[in-house]
Design a protein around this ligand. Structure first.
Ligand code: FES
Ligand code: FE2
Length: 374
């Protein structure tokens, strides 16, 4: 985030710190249980999500010509490549022969070779080799290749659409301005972990956007370090939530010229509909939350990035500690609460209430409902 913006955040947060306040909503919000448990609503969510662009990675993951990465996006295997021509492309990661995934994980390569019968593809998606090709005379192989998907790079973030008609030309809108400053175009992928959660996908996203639960759920992890004297910023469907380290109070009496370039705390971005970025000094995390097979299931990926390639054991250990810590907080503390809420809603709790101190949950509910209607 640009320094000027970070200073402004610090000013707003320090004011809240002094008055022990936070940015709040005008009223309370009620969301019916059907949003989390109803199969019909779930199908509507799926249709809405399939029609939206999704942020799925950092452009730095495929910065070099010849690099590629693979992602699972709502169950769709997606292959992202940067061919020698420098062009960023996305495909369904499914072989034109019988559909098997032609690439796994990430790396650099000159071509993909399908593990099933050895068909090969260039990074531009063209079918380049077919063993026993004569056996496929009449199958129109010249027309076959990997199926392209829409893709774009804005603010160093890779966005894809899951079908050809999804517009990914400017998926981030105004939030691309603060995001452009993080250097995501240079972020290297360190590790991704998958979590299968027993809650609706919306609950899995929402745990990241309120601090009301800090003293109860994170009493021994986050709460001693971070405060909920937080500020919110809204950019259309996208959101930003900034909460400070408690030690930010040290800057209260210091001149602004001595304030750090980076906001002294955690900044969480919600990139509609499925991506959450967690940025704090020295750490860059991406969460991607997708519905599972029914309203009470979520498939969530937690990725950790680094501003440069990880080469030494010390660096590896440091980043492993980072993702272990994030997993401890999320999977050990937040996600069990989301699953507990899901059980209560399934059992008959008739609606949830978002307090005035949970303003971003209001916004998330509102924009989801809007997207469903539109
Ligand atoms: S499925 Fe890929 S070569 Fe057969
Ligand atoms: Fe939490």
């Amino acid at each position: 985030m640009p320094r000027l913006e970070s200073l402004e955040l610090t000013r707003r947060v320090l004011k809240h710190f002094e008055n022990d306040t936070l940015d709040i909503a005008d009223d309370v919000w009620r969301e019916p249980r059907s949003a989390y448990v109803d199969p019909e609503r779930f199908r509507a969510d799926l249709r809405m999500l399939k029609s939206m662009p999704h942020v799925i990675g950092w452009a730095g993951e495929v910065a070099a010509p010849g690099s590629y990465t693979t992602k699972n996006v709502m169950g769709v295997p997606v292959l992202v490549t940067r061919a020698k021509d420098g062009v960023l492309r996305a495909f369904i990661n499914g072989c034109a022969h019988r559909g098997a995934q032609v690439a796994a994980e990430w790396g650099t390569t000159r071509m993909f070779s399908c593990p099933y019968h050895g068909w090969t593809y260039g990074l531009d998606g063209r079918l380049t080799g077919t063993p026993a090709r004569k056996m496929f005379a009449g199958a129109d192989l010249e027309q076959r290749g990997l199926i392209p998907l829409p893709i774009s790079d804005q603010a160093g973030l890779i966005t894809v659409g899951l079908s050809a008609d999804v517009d990914v030309s400017a998926p981030l809108g105004d939030i691309s301005v603060p995001l452009s400053d993080y250097g995501f175009g240079h972020n290297h992928h360190v590790e991704t972990r998958r979590f299968d959660l027993a809650c609706n996908w919306k609950l899995a996203v929402d745990v990241n956007f309120e601090g009301y639960h800090f003293p109860y759920v994170h009493a021994d992890t986050l709460d001693p370090l971070a405060s909920n004297n937080s500020v919110i910023d809204i950019y259309g469907r996208n959101i930003r939530w900034s909460f400070p380290f408690r030690d930010i109070v040290q800057f209260r009496d210091a001149p602004e010229t001595d304030w750090p370039d980076q906001f002294f705390g955690t900044v969480v971005y919600g990139l509609f509909p499925s991506c959450v970025l967690i940025e704090a000094p020295g750490t860059s995390q991406m969460l991607r939350a997708y519905p599972g097979k029914n309203p009470g299931e979520t498939v969530l990926y937690l990725s950790i990035g680094a501003p440069k390639e990880i080469t030494t054991d010390e660096e590896r250990a440091w980043y492993k500690m980072g993702i272990d810590g994030a997993a401890q907080v999320l999977d050990g503390q937040d996600f069990p609460m989301a699953a507990a809420c899901q059980r209560g809603l399934e059992a008959g709790v008739d609606h949830v209430v978002f307090g005035r101190n949970e303003p971003l949950l209001h916004h998330l509910a509102a924009v989801r409902n809007q997207a469903l209607a539109g």
